[in-house]
Design a protein around this ligand. Structure first.
Ligand SMILES: [Zn+2]
Length: 344
């Protein structure tokens, strides 16, 4: 495994570490530079950060990001992997009408509020040409294509929930029981083993071969409701919310969680004393207590990482089985980062 750290360095201080042509200038004031974490200068960045902050009200670096590169053998032989969704978009569900029950969240850190409505998003903002993405509040969505693959492969440990476009409130929901083709759809779905109203039903319904029927049912519904002049807008892309149902994976040492690669948050400013929120950022690969792993293809950590602020919500780490990894690998998914995770 090769670990590469990227930093956004303040141009005024960059000459203290970097040669004139090193890195990439982003405008006049920031330089982006990449260093392997085993490069001796990596630790020097941490020292410069402390020195700069002690002497000025500025920072040596602002943003940072760590990437881990693996050989094929390392990935193939891993017993457990971490899936991070890197395709991120706004606005968050809460800004589009998704409801959370804050009373169910930790009273100390605010992590873990239950989502109590379907996920409403502005789907025009969801990334194009991606099969998986998440909002800034860590609401994860997957495409119809990936949803079909996951169901066909029998992947376990999750549910799909419908994702609704926020502007569609005026779009009449189709009551399938009320129209002839709707009743035919319900009958066929039952026959195919995808009974209404399970999450699998909606994936089945949105399959290309069933869309025609659904459009027919929708047309009948429109006629029924006397709305023949329904707008013929371009249809919104179809997404599902990925809800990981197993959330027992216990993150254990030597996992590092902290503020940045040189700050493990020794005072615990970003940790919850109740043990649910364990810090602001993951700083290392994840280790999970083996006994808490369970046997599903997807499992989320019990603990949260991040912060509860504005519409931001702490996230759980997502672990996947080698089988799920092979599915992802064969689909060449973009917008994700895969790391090896360890069972302790
Ligand atoms: Zn808490």
């Amino acid at each position: 495994m090769r670990e590469i750290a990227e930093f956004r360095v303040d141009e005024d201080f960059a000459p203290r570490l970097l040669s004139e042509n090193e890195g990439k200038r982003l405008g006049d004031s920031i330089r982006r530079v990449e260093l392997a974490t085993n490069d001796p200068r990596f630790e020097r960045i941490g020292e410069l950060q402390r020195e700069t902050r002690a002497k000025t009200d500025r920072s040596f670096f602002y943003g940072w990001h760590i990437r881990r590169r693996y050989t094929k053998e390392e990935l193939v032989s891993a017993k457990c992997l971490q899936l991070a969704v890197t395709a991120v978009f706004e606005p968050a569900g809460e800004e589009c009408g998704t409801e959370y029950d804050e009373a169910t969240a930790c009273s100390n850190c605010g992590a873990g509020a239950a989502q109590v409505s379907d996920l409403y998003l502005d789907l025009r903002k969801a990334p194009k040409n991606r099969d998986i993405a998440r909002t800034i509040a860590d609401e994860i969505i997957v495409s119809q294509r990936l949803a079909e693959k996951m169901i066909d492969a029998g992947v376990t440990g999750f549910q799909f929930r419908p994702v609704r476009h926020k502007a569609r409130y005026e779009d009449e929901p189709v009551d399938l029981h009320q129209v002839p083709t709707g009743r035919e759809i319900l009958r066929r779905a039952e026959e195919a083993g995808f009974p209404h109203p399970t999450g699998k039903f909606y994936v089945w319904l949105n399959r290309a071969e069933n869309r025609v029927l659904f459009e027919q049912a929708r047309a009948e519904n429109a006629t029924l409701k006397g709305e023949e002049d329904r707008r013929k807008g371009k249809p919104m892309p179809i997404w599902y919310q990925l809800v990981v149902t197993a959330t027992d994976a216990e993150i254990v040492p030597p996992t590092r969680v902290g503020i940045d690669p040189f700050d493990d948050d020794p005072k615990g400013e970003c940790r919850c004393p109740l043990g649910d929120l364990i810090g602001l950022n993951l700083l290392s690969e994840v280790s999970i207590r083996a006994a808490s792993r369970g046997d599903t293809d997807i499992v989320a950590s019990r603990q949260f990482i991040g912060t509860r602020r504005g519409v931001l919500r702490p996230r759980r780490a997502i672990l996947i089985s080698p089988r799920m990894w092979r599915l992802i690998e064969s689909e060449k998914l973009r917008g994700i980062q895969i790391e090896v995770a360890h069972l302790a």
